[in-house]
Design a protein around this ligand. Structure first.
Ligand code: BES
Ligand code: MN
Ligand code: ZN
Length: 492
């Protein structure tokens, strides 16, 4: 639950009241908290060092709420005295994340315009997330539940646009949370048919959304050789899930394609034990696509959005595809599989072909596609490739949403590496620039449809430290960017 309030923060009866701090000349500065009792301000300023308060980004400190109606005062660092929207999101999210286990929280961060209200609400909601589905009662009790009641303090509590921003923040956060849940699900439980069922169930709850699932028979009938080839090593057959949102007054049609490898062992080109850790998250692109379409529908955006989830489990076995197998993809292109661990591009190729058959205005694909993405940009910054125009559109949407996406090229020279001795294409190319080669491979399947490819291999899954509004595990990377892009096309 989240709401706006215009009340005096000092008089809010909440478990925790959050204010922002910034760093100035080595000392912390309270941001827009002139309503704090003078005594408390003085104590905070004289004891800042002893309390460990510097105002640095990511810093969250709890102090007694002397003279306030709240039980505890929480200081969340923004780093700078003029935080941008993303700095506010992160500070709000760090606070709610650290406050897991606390019932009610009010955030009195600088939120004097609609964009800032939106940022604080988004950050607070995104940070209020935990995944406890697989904990027993004993360990669930020790895992604090996310903050349930959030109030955003603002002078715009009665403002219509601020209320709309709050609604949007809730839809957005629900989408990100749901995608994180899917990514965090263990791969023994979230196998291809289970992911398809999850999509069906989630789709049923949203008006105007239709979900259709192609099973292995339908995939064979449809000539989806890439999805079938990757999936044939698993006892749990692959799926292609289509999620349709087609409002009557649509201003255009956006197609989204997501990689849905429920577990990537590498197949016969098997990964190392270390390399396999985290590979349950190899369906993060599909999760992002599913919940972006649902969010667009929930917001009633006047743009048609079709999501395609290319779902398979990549396993080694007696039925697995071999290095040297040749697959015939949807549309007839043949691919020699020289490394079964380069499976993402195989399932994506089929789904991209299916997506462009419907002649959408633009197709965007999102995938945890390459380790090379992580080498190039780490686990905080995603990559985007494609036509200059659509790539630029993605970067602009990413900038507005606060998600870091960096433009990457598709150098023509790398195309030669994808030549095969026996087929139209090989599924691997030169060793260096692996992220770009994967992008060039995908481009072969989009024809003339305007297209961009988002590689979120690093950012989709956080295996290091929680930070800002980002928890450990699934992050929901890409949803905010994709939704911002669709909103722009909807004229919002
Ligand atoms: N799912 C992996 C990419 C990945 C790696 C995602 C690390 C997240 C973290 C993908 O299927 C893969 O294995 N790619 C190979 C391709 C190579 C064989 C050409 C890679 O990047 O090593
Ligand atoms: Mn792989
Ligand atoms: Zn993979």
């Amino acid at each position: 639950m989240i709401s706006l309030t215009g009340k005096d923060p000092a008089r809010l009866s909440v478990d925790a009241l959050v204010v922002a701090t910034a760093e100035r000349n080595g000392a912390p500065q309270l941001l827009g908290a002139d309503w704090l009792p003078e005594q408390l301000r003085a104590a905070l300023s004289s004891d800042a060092r002893a309390l460990g308060i510097t105002g640095a980004t990511g810093e969250v400190r709890r102090v007694p709420a002397t003279g306030l109606s709240a039980r505890v005062l929480v200081l969340t660092g923004t780093g700078t005295a003029a935080p941008d929207a993303e700095a506010l999101r992160r500070a709000a999210g760090a606070a709610t994340r650290e406050l897991a286990g606390v019932g009610s929280v009010a955030l009195a961060l600088p939120a004097d315009d609609v964009a800032r209200v939106a940022a604080v609400a988004e950050g607070a909601l995104l940070g209020a997330y935990t995944f406890t589905r697989y904990r027993g009662t004993a360990t669930a009790a020790s895992a604090a539940s996310p903050v349930a009641e959030i109030q955003v303090v603002t002078g715009l509590a009665k403002d219509k646009a601020a209320a709309a921003a709050l609604d949007r923040a809730q839809v957005l956060a629900a989408a990100v949370h749901a995608a994180r849940d899917l990514v965090n699900m263990p791969p023994n439980e979230l196998y291809p048919a289970a992911l398809a069922d999850a999509a069906r169930t989630a789709g049923r709850e949203v008006k105007g959304v239709k979900v259709t699932v192609l099973d292995e028979k339908a995939l064979a009938a449809g000539g989806f050789g890439g999805i079938l080839g990757v999936g044939q090593g698993s006892v749990r057959p692959p799926r292609l899930v289509k999620v349709t949102y087609a409002p009557s007054r649509a201003r255009g049609h956006v197609a989204l394609v997501g990689k849905g490898i429920t577990f990537d062992s590498g197949g016969l080109s098997i990964k190392t034990a270390e390399g396999m850790v985290g590979m349950k998250s190899d369906m993060a692109g599909a999760a992002a696509v599913l919940h972006t379409v649902l969010a667009a529908a929930r917001l009633g955006l006047p743009v048609a959005v079709t999501g395609w989830l290319a779902v398979a489990e990549n396993m080694p076995s007696g039925t697995a595809q071999r290095p040297s197998d040749v697959l015939t993809m949807r549309g007839g292109t043949t691919v020699e599989v020289l490394n079964t661990d380069a499976e993402g591009r195989l399932v994506m190729a089929d789904a991209l072909v299916a997506a462009v058959e419907e002649k959408p205005d633009v197709v965007l694909d999102i995938a945890t596609l390459t380790g090379a993405q992580v080498v190039a940009l780490g686990d905080r910054v995603s990559a985007v490739m494609g036509s200059d125009e659509v790539r630029g559109e993605v970067v602009a949407a990413a900038d507005r949403s606060g998600e870091p996406f960096w433009p990457m090229p598709l150098p023509v020279e790398l195309r030669a590496g994808l030549k095969s001795q026996v087929a139209d294409l090989s599924n691997i190319g030169e060793r260096f620039g692996g992220m770009l080669t994967a992008g060039i491979f995908l481009r072969e399947f989009v024809g003339s449809t305007p297209w961009a490819h988002l590689d979120v291999a690093g950012p989709a899954f956080n295996s290091r430290e929680p930070h800002g509004y980002t928890p450990l595990g699934g992050t929901g990377a890409g949803i905010r960017t994709l939704l911002a892009l669709i909103e722009a096309r909807a004229g919002r």
